[in-house]
Design a binder for this molecule. Sequence first.
Ligand code: AHR
Length: 514
Amino acid sequence: MKQHLAALAATLACALGAQAADIKVVVDADRPGPVIHRNIYGQFAEHLGTGIYEGMWVGPESRIPNVRGWRKDVVAALKDLKVPLVRWPGGCFADEYHWRDGIGPRGKRPVKVNTHWGGVPENNAVGTHEFFDLVEQLGAEAYVNANMGTGSPQEAAEWLEYMTGEGNATLVELRRKNGRDKPFRVHYYALGNETWGCGGNMRPEYYADLYRHWSTFLKTPAHNRPQFVASGGNDTDTTWTDVLSKSIRHKVDGIAHHAYTFPSGQWEGKGAAAGFPEAEWISMLSQVGKIDDTLARSRAILDKNDPKKKLAIYFDEWGSWYDPEPGSNPGFLVQRNTLRDALLAALHFNVFHAHAERVKMSNVAQMVNVLQAMILTSKDQLVLTPTYHAFSLYTPFQDATSLPARVENNPAYRVGKFEMPALSVTAGRGKDGKLWLGLVNANATQAAELTLQVGAHAPRAARGRLLTAAAMDAQNELGKAPQVVPQAYEARAVDGRLTLKLPAKSIAVVAVEG
Ligand code: AHR
């Protein structure tokens, strides 16, 4: 009887519109957590389709304005995004890349075939020096992925020596001859990529042994030692994290992990990037829950195998992956980018922040024209995608100190067989001293109203930016007015109560005052 009355009361409250007011975001500003490493906002640029060639690199002779071959407009947009880190040259491409092909006069570099991505010629115009020019123009850190699949320990060791060496060793003199006196600063160096698949179809035990062997020979001056990255597991599989963290003890700072999101949840028949039903909106967004769960399990494994917390998780490939855009080369991984992708990105950020104790880097796949890109280009034009704007909204979280935050009475969002919490929140004290909140309302049709409580009191106001649009698949297309652009957001307390209104399918990042 008691239960029946409670249910009746809840139904009445809902009918009177009281349910929305019950949703509360509570932030504990007095219990700071780990720092949200800025490299969680890292990017990935692979020799794939027009991700590098055309999309960013046009060459110094191009009539498209460029600085030493890199497009000015693209670099400026990426600088605005405060890109902290770029991973290069792959991906699957990395395990067929031989660094000596990409140094010396460009006209004399060998032409190879990019066997992984479309079978197109790879003229090696972008090599080590060009890549470092790009990251230096961006003010970003460099993450170089060495070839384990078809390379050798000698090749991996010598590439590192070429980049970081000092004195007058022959390799260092070669770098000087090629125009670079000062060593390059390599922040991260990985051995292999997806070694369970395109990187060599290995077992984790075999890879662990190879890693131990190869890493022995990775040597740099102490002040230019990169973080060393072991290639790890995929999707929800944590076996690699377990085996590698038990077997590799030296010259390893983090274990990589990859997880892509497909509407259908499977590789074959992934689903469309645009023009999808609400069931595919929620099927995408709800899968971020699996990533949260995988990270929780990975952390538990690492806490057992690495109690001193020396190993980080580097989530160095993530993002949406759809059926290729009709008419495009399927090997180029061209896809549209919509509001759904922006929310997918924001939900990833909230999860990565929640696991910031171990997750110290992530790389969205990929930066330009490929998969869940920030920027799409065509000839001399470019457009900023909804995902770009999600990254832009979240820039205050780079190097912020995380703060515990939760949603009380979080409504469930259900479509067919799919269900997820409608609201997701993250909080942090930014480098600017402000308390920042990142909020996502995943519900495609229902707005949400929530009150905000920080510690014991209700704050005075919240100001920031909101991203939403009329349609789930709203996008920004070349030559058309953009449909997804951030707008200013402000909420003020009334009678001591601060209420935030979040439209359906929206992201808000706000600084909280008072
Ligand atoms: O990002 C595209 C590809 O996805 C990468 O090359 C590979 O590592 C992953 O399978």
